[in-house]
Write a protein that binds this ligand. Structure first.
Ligand code: ADP
Ligand code: 5GP
Length: 206
């Protein structure tokens, strides 16, 4: 069966993806968040194995050679990649698989899993994104300028996504993302026809 319990979150750095991931994780028991591997240095408070697997470039390139990644990309001058095996295991265990990846990763995952659902998450404008990145205080002014330019470039891919979420009022955005995630439980594939018909018609002769 084609994997369909996949939710891809993409959008500019600082748009609020991690904040919304935390909200989803608090509301779904059977959710698996794909922890990416990156060569980017950890930010204050980031923990290896929880937010990312932080590795050096040599280790990352070895991972590519060993075909350990479902997809990988260079974003803002660093490597980022999704580990293949944990995703396959989570899908096999019928867990909802959540990705926080960039537009390149989104394209790759959609090619591999065409039934995946994707949400483009953004702020309402560049000014708000700049303010959030400044408030987060994890990046230099130079890095923030680069992230803003990248954000505009990423926005050009918005029409490749199933949903768009403008993360302005946080409570509303949290509600919106929960709605979308919940719809995946109502996908037709959740109800294999034979099993459904047999259970539904038990005790009757039609
Ligand atoms: P991303 O994971 O997309 O890089 P984060 O989740 O780290 O973004 O959010 C960037 C900053 O914006 C954080 O300081 C976060 O607390 C803040 N933030 C997220 N959503 C909102 C919102 N709706 N309103 C105001 N601030 C927000
Ligand atoms: P950040 O450095 O702000 O954590 O992430 C920068 C960008 O890299 C974000 O757009 C994020 O979604 C993306 N990203 C994180 N992990 C992966 C990954 O495994 N693959 C890809 N393609 N992008 C990723």
């Amino acid at each position: 069966m084609d994997a369909y319990r996949i939710l891809i979150l993409t959008g500019p750095s600082g748009a609020g993806k991690s904040t919304l991931v935390r909200h989803l994780m608090a509301h779904f028991e059977d959710l698996y968040f794909s922890i990416s591997t990156t060569t980017r240095p950890p930010r204050a408070g980031e923990v290896s194995g929880k937010h990312y697997h932080f590795v050096n470039q040599e280790t990352f390139l070895e991972g590519i050679a060993r075909q350990e990644f479902l997809e990988w990309a260079r974003v803002h001058d660093h490597y980022y990649g999704t580990s293949l095996v944990p995703v396959q295991e989570a899908l096999k265990a019928d867990r909802l698989v959540l990705f926080d990846i960039d537009v390149q990763g989104h394209k790759s995952v959609k090619q591999i899993y065409p039934k995946a659902t994707s949400i483009f998450i953004t702020t309402k404008n560049a000014r708000v994104l700049q303010e959030r990145l400044e408030q987060r205080a994890t990046d230099s002014q130079e890095v923030i300028a680069q992230r803003l330019a990248n954000a505009y470039a990423e926005l050009q891919a918005v029409d490749q996504f199933d949903y768009v979420l403008i993360n302005d009022d946080l409570a509303q955005a949290q509600e919106g993302i929960l709605w979308v995630a919940k719809t995946l439980s109502y996908k037709q594939q959740m109800f294999p026809k034979e099993r459904l018909c047999m259970a539904w018609g038990k005790g009757f002769k039609f």
